[in-house]
Design a protein around this ligand. Structure first.
Ligand SMILES: NC(=O)c1ccno1
Length: 235
């Protein structure tokens, strides 16, 4: 799977690309991530990527020309155009089903805004899909782009190593409940013991306990997910 990240701050991604899971996925050639500096396409006489907003107001707006030309050029680099996603608080909220859908794409282009955002003609001309990672405003789309990359690569076959690792994840389509609690050695820590069932070796009992824990935890913390689960079962 290929990710192209279009940004004004490509250096943000240099350390991120070296973090363990992603680095392993890149080494294993399961994933490729290419940051692109949109400034390279700022070819007006001032080499400006941003300018003051028409109509006045605070902040700066990212000019359409460098963005549109950057996307067009980057698309030419790959064997297919890819799915273009603009990271914005106004977008569709990212959730695990959408992450699962994105993980099936061969190529994603992640368009990261800054300042007050993009000139509207970027959206008019490129028709990007808009995605938000939550109802809050970030200083730029780069953190949201990393969130998408991080969530998506976990689902690419071979990246996690143990393919079942993501199956029980919270919100996964196979289990739209919060994940059960985990325990490991020592069996007792500061007087707190791991549940006996987890050491029983009875896999059916362990699975039943984990399912019950997921339901209880979801009921306490996110009852809305139980409604969503009920709806999806009716579909
Ligand atoms: N909430 C978001 O996804 C976002 C993206 C850029 N700024 O905020």
């Amino acid at each position: 799977m290929r990710f192209d990240v279009l940004t004004l701050f490509p250096e943000i991604f240099s350390s991120y690309l070296g973090q363990s899971l992603l680095a392993k996925a890149i080494e294993g050639e399961l994933v490729k991530v290419y940051p692109h500096d949109m400034r390279k396409w700022a070819n007006d006489k001032h080499n400006r990527v941003d300018d003051r907003p028409f109509g006045g107001g605070a902040g700066m707006v990212i000019r359409a020309e460098p963005v549109v030309e950057c996307v067009e050029a980057v698309r030419q680099e790959g064997s297919q155009p890819g799915r273009l996603i603009m990271l914005t608080p106004q977008g569709r909220r990212l959730d695990q089903p959408l992450v699962e859908e994105l993980s099936l794409e061969p190529r994603l282009l992640l368009l990261c805004g800054r300042y007050e955002g993009f000139d509207q003609r970027v959206s008019d001309l490129l028709q990007p899909e808009e995605i938000s990672i939550g109802d809050y405003v970030l200083n730029g789309g780069e953190v949201a782009a990393m969130a998408i990359i991080d969530a998506v690569i976990r689902l690419i076959p071979g990246v996690l190593g143990d393919e079942t690792s993501s199956v029980d994840d919270s919100f996964s389509s196979g289990n739209r409940l919060l994940e059960f609690p985990h325990y490991t050695r020592p069996r007792v820590y500061r007087g707190l013991a791991a549940p006996d069932v987890l050491l029983s070796g009875d896999h059916a009992q362990i699975a039943a306990w984990r399912k019950q824990q997921s339901i209880e935890r979801t009921t306490r913390r996110r009852a809305d997910l139980l409604d969503r689960n009920a709806e999806s079962k009716d579909e």
